[in-house]
Design a protein around this ligand. Structure first.
Ligand SMILES: Nc1ncnc2c1ncn2[C@@H]1O[C@H](COP(=O)(O)OP(=O)(O)OP(=O)(O)O)[C@@H](O)[C@H]1O
Ligand SMILES: O=P(O)(O)OC[C@H]1O[C@H](OP(=O)(O)OP(=O)(O)O)[C@H](O)[C@@H]1O
Ligand SMILES: [Mg+2]
Length: 281
């Protein structure tokens, strides 16, 4: 049975469970449950702190895990990132009170408060910088105002927490994070991993693409399919009306409105968009 760690709480917990549900797996119904067996799919899920997940996977006690890229780096565990799951996106950045620091080079010699000392120390070492790292558990935005540190390094999603604390970001992000599927090795995966990854990739594609269908005059087909090339190639079927064809193709959800406008301008009609629930490409 494949054993998978998933976040029990926090930002990544609900979307991780939802993605697994969308991929056809059973998930806990009670948020207090710590284990959920999915007999039909031969998988067992363990609900753990996202910060601990890399440790269980790196030791080989669990086969796979879902955690944040920043948490994986912070753990220092040499587990492999197998798939970017497309949710839980955030940057990990330096921040300081407005007007105090202007560039990341000025971090040298400062006191840095963070809940991610592993990420910060790795970054300092890679850039040959020396600084004091003050390890805190959370609410690090308070550390500067309370005199514990000069700079913070923390997760920034909307930036609202920084603004409230009177802090501004300094320099480029230290890293860009999102939820990732991790395993012990990039290759030599245990039985069942390839199927689970295909299912998750099916969910990712279904989330980012829609199915577009339209009717167009046959003499405009080349121009129309230029706008909707699909993944392999668009499906073209004859219409009962002489000189017209029906076209079906997958298009990126974020581009669908622009493409519909362009198709309409070209002369296409009966342009319909439908969601894709799941797929295997
Ligand atoms: N707005 C956000 N706040 C915190 N973490 C976020 C956010 N958006 C994405 N993440 C990611 O979630 C992971 C941190 O999750 P974790 O559960 O440890 O903290 P949390 O969601 O802040 O929960 P809590 O602090 O309540 O324990 C990291 O990978 C981080 O990059
Ligand atoms: O850029 P934003 O959208 O404001 O989100 C980022 C903030 O959210 C998280 O804090 P959380 O509320 O989890 O508190 P914590 O610091 O105690 O973990 C994170 O640590 C940042 O402080
Ligand atoms: Mg938090």
């Amino acid at each position: 049975m494949l054993r998978i760690a998933i976040p029990n709480k926090g930002t990544l917990s609900a979307p991780a469970s939802q993605m697994l549900r969308d991929a056809g797996y059973r998930q806990r119904t009670d948020p207090k449950d710590l284990v959920c067996r999915d007999e039909a799919n031969n998988v067992e899920f363990f609900y753990l702190r996202p910060r601990d997940i890399a440790t269980y996977v790196g030791s080989g006690d669990l086969d796979l895990g879902i955690t944040g890229r920043d948490l994986l780096v912070d753990s220092g565990v040499p587990a492999a990132e197998l798939l970017d799951l497309g949710f839980g996106g955030a940057t990990f950045r330096w921040a300081a009170p407005a007007g105090t620091l202007t560039s990341a080079d000025e971090i040298a010699g400062r006191r840095i408060a963070t809940a991610y000392p592993g990420v910060v120390e790795q970054h300092l070492a890679e850039h040959n910088l020396k600084a004091d790292v003050v390890r805190l558990d959370g609410a690090v935005e308070n550390a500067v105002r309370l005199g514990v540190a000069d700079v913070i390094a923390d997760v920034v999603e909307t930036g609202a927490t920084l603004r409230q604390a009177g802090l501004v970001t300094i320099g480029e992000p230290i890293l860009r994070s999102s939820a990732v599927l991790i395993g012990r090795h990039a290759t030599a995966a245990p039985n069942g991993v390839a199927q689970l990854m295909r299912r998750l990739q099916g969910v990712l594609v279904a989330r980012s693409y829609v199915m577009l269908a339209y009717d167009v005059r046959a003499d405009l087909l080349e121009q129309a399919t230029g706008l909707t090339p699909g993944i392999e190639s668009p499906t073209v079927s004859p219409l009962h009306r002489e000189g017209w064809v029906a076209v079906q193709a997958m298009v990126l959800r974020k581009e669908v409105h622009r493409i519909m406008d362009e198709l309409y301008e070209l002369g296409a009609r009966a342009i319909l968009v439908t969601d894709i629930h799941n797929c295997r490409l």
